[in-house]
Write a protein that binds this ligand. Structure first.
Ligand code: P6P
Length: 329
């Protein structure tokens, strides 16, 4: 029996047209990005461009190309009030001068440090509902709307092109089918295992961790003879989309913490288009997502490109680390 395609799934879940149009146009953009990523080595599209983003990070050629594909595609819709991209300093206003109330925040190509080594990378997005429509959207309106995420998802450009999506309830998984050129449903209600014995963290920053992280990782490394009484494995893809997808499949905990080094006091991941959407996805799949001492969904957004510490994954593991943070008070 033919798997249901994304359009059919959106219709079956009665997703309103404005929202489903945006999701389908993001999917359309992702298919174009996947193709360009695959061809990059042959078309000399790997490596760095001459520019850097707002965070002073040099931009990969594919960062800019992916960004432009999404901005061009979504600019055709008059249901989008504004866009926020990791690769653009300022808000991208809706060119249609029609009042709209949905805002799309996205990281067009997450994990781009992995592009040149052919590792899995991806696109992350969050669709926010503004409290009021407007012709010119202000930053303060978007920051307030971060509490009203209507949908979140990420697309993986890996051995398979996969789309993980939530529109407020369960988390669905789609795979791109070359034959039909459609994203077809693979799983309709992913649940993250509550328990796990796998952690994902960049161990090279150990000297910069706070006490809660040091204790948690030490307890994991102590294995059967330690207080956790079980062995732990470690994984670190260096690509959030790849590390988080593994957690949807196997369980685990992903940690990008605050680091005691200049410029990393709030970690490296951005709230609006990395932490906030991933937190919605993980919690809708039965996991938990915190930012040091508070839930990521309770973070007060202060600017478009704000950095926040990120800890998310299997409920039991995140709760153990949350207790260590509360004890450290
Ligand atoms: P580090 C990729 O550049 C990214 O933003 C995330 O996808 C990933 O989890 C993180 O940075 C990796 O950071 O410091 O380990 O290179």
């Amino acid at each position: 029996m033919q798997n249901k395609d994304l359009t059919g799934w959106l219709a079956e879940n009665k997703i309103e047209k404005n929202l489903s149009d945006i999701i389908e146009n993001i999917a359309f953009s992702a298919v174009k990005i996947a193709e360009i990523v695959r061809q990059a080595p042959l078309r000399e599209l790997t490596g760095y461009s001459d520019s850097q983003n707002k965070h002073g990070e040099k931009q990969k050629k594919l960062d800019i190309i992916s960004n432009d594909i999404i901005v061009e595609q979504l600019s055709k819709l008059n249901s989008i009030a504004a866009m926020v991209s990791e690769e653009m300093d300022e808000i991208i206003q809706n060119p249609h001068l029609q009042e709209a109330d949905l805002v799309v925040c996205f990281d067009p190509l997450d994990g781009s440090s992995n592009i040149d080594v052919n590792a899995t990378i991806g696109t992350i997005f969050s669709i926010l509902q503004l409290n009021e429509t407007d012709l010119h959207i202000k930053e303060s309106q978007i920051l307030k709307a971060s509490k009203n995420q209507r949908a979140a998802g990420f697309i993986l450009y890996g051995p398979a092109c996969l789309f993980v999506l939530t529109v407020g309830k369960n988390v669905a998984l789609f795979a791109f089918d070359e034959m039909s050129q459609q994203f077809l449903l693979v799983r309709n209600n992913i649940k993250i295992p509550e328990q796990s014995n796998e952690f994902a963290i960049n161990m090279s920053y150990q000297q910069f961790w706070d006490e809660a992280i040091k204790t948690y990782i030490a307890d994991c490394l102590a294995g059967e003879n330690g207080i956790r009484k079980k062995r732990f494995n470690m994984r670190w893809a260096g690509s959030m989309v790849a590390d988080v997808y593994r957690i949807f499949m196997n369980g685990g905990i992903f940690i990008y913490p605050a680091l005691k080094k200049p410029g990393s006091e709030n970690g490296k991941l951005r709230f609006l288009y990395e932490a906030n959407p991933m937190a919605m996805l993980v919690e809708n799949a039965g996991g938990k997502a915190i930012s040091s001492k508070i839930a990521i969904k309770d973070v007060v957004a202060t600017n478009l490109h704000q950095l926040v510490p990120v800890i998310l994954g299997s409920k039991e593991e995140v709760e153990i680390l949350a207790k260590l943070y509360n004890r450290a008070n």
